[in-house]
Design a binder for this molecule. Structure first.
Ligand code: NAP
Length: 292
């Protein structure tokens, strides 16, 4: 029987710890941690992510501010807003919600963020720090997954780990974190041009799927007793009563779960950990003197 990796539960515990730190900060009269966000346009998923981030800040006692702009703004305008946030001493950390409209370069925007305020951990300086094992801001989703593996005491040393998907925000940094000293997995990073992907995945003790293709990982691809982490969150149309869609993972959960030792659900697995890592990074930004 598989064990469900409950990201909601783990994230709630971390939020309680953060809230307790914020109470201490408040009691000693220090500045309340402040996470700011910039949202450009009105993409449905981005709206939901940002609303959740604001809600999380409220729950742990952080100050949060949201700047919203039309998708027609120019790259230069957005860069100016980033320069302002970098200089604003009341803002400890901030995020620019991705994706951005096509006429704005995500690379330029990420590079403009002060690495010491980079709550998402996407700035090349922070990615470089991660690569070399220096302290810094870790990208939120990979870091959240590492916390989940630790919480459930999943053995990574020498484990054969296959990461499916090589994005800069999930798959690639995860391959670095899983292979770092102390975690010690043997990692294979795969992508859309990987040959014999089924076979490669079937040899993994830990499978991490970050593709964005609902139900892509099938039971036949997964070794018995494997740990399966599903990062995928695709909105699939759904004729249910509420939003008209449901979030669907990259793993064919019902069938794959029967073969697993541990598996994350979607929703309620990796997503809540991504959110809570933003809060962790904001606290780290408050203590930045010690880390950067
Ligand atoms: P992305 O930038 O969309 O890239 C997808 C990756 O999957 C690419 O590396 C692509 O390969 C690979 N891929 C696509 N089709 C494939 C196939 N048939 N076989 C093998 N590899 C394939 O990825 P992302 O931004 O990491 O997002 C992936 C998913 O995770 C999405 O559903 C996203 O919504 C979700 N996500 C969830 C969270 C969370 O907190 N739960 C956070 C971030 C992202 P190529 O490089 O060769 O094109």
């Amino acid at each position: 029987m598989y064990k469900l990796i409950d990201g909601k539960h783990v994230a709630a515990g971390i939020r309680l710890e953060i809230a307790s730190e914020v109470r201490k900060i408040r009691e000693t009269g220090r500045k309340i941690p402040h996470l700011a966000a910039i949202l450009v346009g009105n993409d449905g998923s981005s709206e939901t992510y940002v609303a959740n981030k604001v809600k999380d800040c409220h729950e742990v006692g952080f100050k949060s501010t949201l700047q919203r702009y039309e998708s027609s703004i120019t790259e230069a305008f957005l860069l100016e807003r980033i320069v302002e946030l970098n200089a604003n001493t009341d803002v400890d950390a901030f995020i620019v919600q991705l994706p951005l409209p096509k006429h704005i370069s995500e690379y330029k925007i990420i590079e403009a963020i002060d690495p010491a305020k980079d709550a998402d951990g996407f700035h090349p300086e922070n990615l470089g720090r991660m690569m070399t094992g220096l302290p810094g801001f870790l990208p939120a989703t990979p870091s959240g997954i590492m916390d989940l593996l630790k919480y459930y005491d999943i053995q990574t040393r020498g484990a054969n780990c296959v990461v499916v998907g090589r994005s800069n925000i999930v798959g690639r940094p995860l391959s670095v974190l899983m292979s770092q000293k102390g975690t010690d997995a043997t990692v294979t990073l795969t992508h859309s041009l990987t040959k014999n992907l089924d076979k490669v995945v079937s040899e993994a003790e830990i499978v991490i799927a970050a593709i964005g293709s609902p139900g892509f990982i099938k039971a036949g691809m997964v070794k018995k007793g494997a740990v399966v982490i599903d990062v995928g969150t695709t909105r699939v149309p759904y004729t249910g009563p509420k939003s008209g869609y449901r979030l669907t993972g990259d793993v064919d959960f019902e069938n794959v779960a029967q073969k697993c030792s541990f598996i994350t659900p979607v929703p309620g697995g990796v997503g809540p950990m991504t959110r809570v890592t933003l809060l962790k990074n904001t606290l780290l930004a408050v203590k930045k003197v010690e880390i950067l």
